[in-house]
Design a protein around this ligand. Structure first.
Ligand code: NAD
Length: 281
């Protein structure tokens, strides 16, 4: 008889489509913990620029993996910045899997990497804030309403960022969006405590994912240097600034999420947890 901590639970995970993303790792971890999965992303397909990832089929692959672990899974396309799409995803989840017990919001975008405020571009600002801030509000609202309706409490984790706390020159748009998301999460924890819905913020430092794929692709075109080479150089530089001497792995973030959504973490609600390889120390 399996004695899994999340057996019988349903987890709704946004930003789940990229092969090396935090969302994908969270999905696999929670499925191994026993949860059925609603895998949400802006599109079914999400290409990865890493060599060897050419066969990756985004949400379709995610569903196959979860099913091979013996759990149920559905894939839903929804842009988090569109409340109607998010709400429709929640309705589909309830229709097909009966309820939502856990939300992990991983959807997010990086936006421009080296853009000083004196040159900031309004379109970039709206693009990033729409996804990272409005998206976080939308997903929280739609899922929390469903959890309240169910009446059995719940667990919500937002993947925010160390960028919410630490200023980085050239990254004002992303960092400000994450700071806004962090404050929203703290208030959400206070508002949902009476419903026994526990809310957490997880702040990763630098994690080796597909997050900067678009940036490396653009740089590669501009410089005529292969994407892989640029990524290696950049990650080596970043790793040298991290006390642990390496970037984090998405599985390490997923491990923390697995603990937070388990019954073990209940009295931690409202906690903001940094996972940075020592940067924040
Ligand atoms: P990723 O690019 O690998 O994954 C992001 C996922 O979000 C993708 O599946 C993408 O399709 C989805 N997505 C993007 N825009 C969306 C939208 N509008 N609607 C729905 N889905 C959308 O990146 P990741 O590193 O796994 O990032 C996950 C989260 O972690 C993000 O919120 C990011 O800000 C945060 N984070 C990442 C790092 C890092 O170093 N990778 C560090 C700190 C925080």
């Amino acid at each position: 008889m399996e004695n899994l901590p999340l057996k019988g639970k349903v987890a709704f995970v946004t930003g789940a489509a990229s092969k090396r993303g935090i969302g994908h790792s969270v999905v696999l971890r929670l499925a191994r913990d026993g949860a059925d999965i609603v895998a949400v992303s802006r599109s079914m397909v999400s290409k990865s620029l890493f060599p060897g990832d050419e066969d990756w089929e985004g949400l379709k692959s995610v569903v196959k993996e979860v099913e091979s672990l013996g759990r149920r899974a559905i894939a839903v396309e929804a842009h988090v910045e569109d409340y109607n799409e998010v709400n429709a995803a929640v309705e589909k989840a309830v229709e097909e899997l009966g309820k939502i017990d856990i939300l992990v919001n991983c959807a997010g975008i990086r936006g421009p990497v080296n853009e000083p405020i004196i040159d900031f571009n309004e379109k970039d600002w709206y693009d990033v804030f729409r996804v990272n801030v409005l998206g976080a509000f939308n997903v929280s609202k739609a899922v929390a309403r469903q959890m309240i309706k169910q009446g059995g409490g719940g667990k919500i984790v937002h993947i925010v960022s160390l960028a919410a706390k630490v200023p980085t020159p050239g990254s004002a748009i992303y960092n400000s969006s994450k700071a806004a998301q962090l404050m929203m999460v703290k208030i959400l924890a206070l508002e949902l405590a009476p419903y026994n819905i526990d809310v957490y913020a997880v702040n990763p430092g630098a994690i080796a994912t597909n997050f900067r794929d678009e940036y490396f692709e653009r740089l590669s075109r501009e410089k005529g240097v292969p994407t892989e080479k640029l990524r290696e150089e950049e990650w080596k530089k970043v790793a040298s600034q991290i006390p642990k001497g390496r970037l984090g792995r998405p599985e390490e973030v997923a491990e923390l999420v697995s603990f937070l959504v388990s019954e073990k973490a209940e009295y931690l609600t409202g906690a903001v947890i940094d996972i940075t390889g020592g940067i924040i120390a």
